[in-house]
Design a protein. Structure first.
Length: 254
């Protein structure tokens, strides 16, 4: 099995341009082999350096989770916040005045409750840090287990599907054939479509032939009286209240 390398250290092996005659000689083959060996050594050395760097990185992180290291890193943060709270939570004292004997405001002193809470947090800061670490580790462990179960389920499903579909046609092909058969039943063929189209065209032509011509009704213009119908289907128009019949004799009756 050939050795594999991470993608970030992969590179193309150097290729030197040689003439045709020399490139086909045994001496050129020796040079190519030496270049390939040097390139392989470069990859191996780079891989070892990367592995060593990551190992030192992990060791550094493990040391940073040491009890003393955690306390050294977190106690200054707790102290800075504790000093600010102790100063802002000072309480006043009340004393009697020497002359009148009345109670007056005295000096401001540190709040003992704030000091007690500060000391408890400073002592338990390492416990809090380890609790956070355990929560993170538990979450990472659950995520890892979930991922492994998904991979195992996908592998089992692939094996079962491969065994089930190996002897016969694929499910996709079966579905496609069923859909094609149903479409052939539902959709008419080209001959039926042409016959229906010709029948529809002939029926529309016969209907238009039997239909009587459309008569446009007469609409008189504004200010004019409509013509009067007379015998024979002809009409006469009034001009100044007078008119003639179809032969030009007599006056038209009002």
């Amino acid at each position: 099995m050939p050795k594999t390398y991470p993608s970030f250290i992969r590179a193309k092996a150097p290729e030197i341009q040689l003439t045709k005659d020399f490139g086909s000689s045994d001496e050129a083959a020796v040079h190519r082999k030496s270049l390939q060996e040097a390139y392989t050594k470069f990859l191996d050395d780079s891989l070892q350096k990367c592995i060593q760097a990551k190992a030192d990185d992990v060791l550094f992180l493990e040391k940073s989770l040491d009890l003393k290291r955690i306390y050294q890193d977190l106690f200054p943060i707790v102290k800075q916040r504790g000093d600010a709270l102790i100063k802002s939570s000072e309480i006043p004292t009340w004393v009697k005045g020497p002359e009148t004997g009345e109670v007056v405001l005295g000096d401001w002193v540190k709040n003992p409750v704030t000091i007690k809470i500060y000391n408890e947090v400073a002592e338990d800061v390492v416990v809090f840090a380890h609790r956070v670490i355990s929560i993170v580790e538990s979450r990472e462990h659950m995520a890892k287990v979930k991922l492994e179960k998904k991979k195992a389920l996908a592998h089992d499903a692939d094996v079962e599907m491969g065994d089930a579909t190996a002897p016969g046609p694929s499910i996709q092909k079966m579905v496609a054939e069923a859909v094609s058969a149903q479409l052939k039943k539902k959709l008419p063929g080209p001959k039926k479509q042409d016959a229906k189209a010709n029948k529809k065209a002939s029926s529309s032509t016969s209907k238009s032939a039997k239909r009587p011509p459309q008569v446009t009704p007469y609409v008189p213009k504004a200010g004019r009286k409509p013509p009067k119908a007379i015998k024979g289907g002809k009409t006469s128009k009034n001009k100044g209240g007078k008119g003639k019949d179809s032969k030009g004799k007599g006056k038209a009756k009002a």
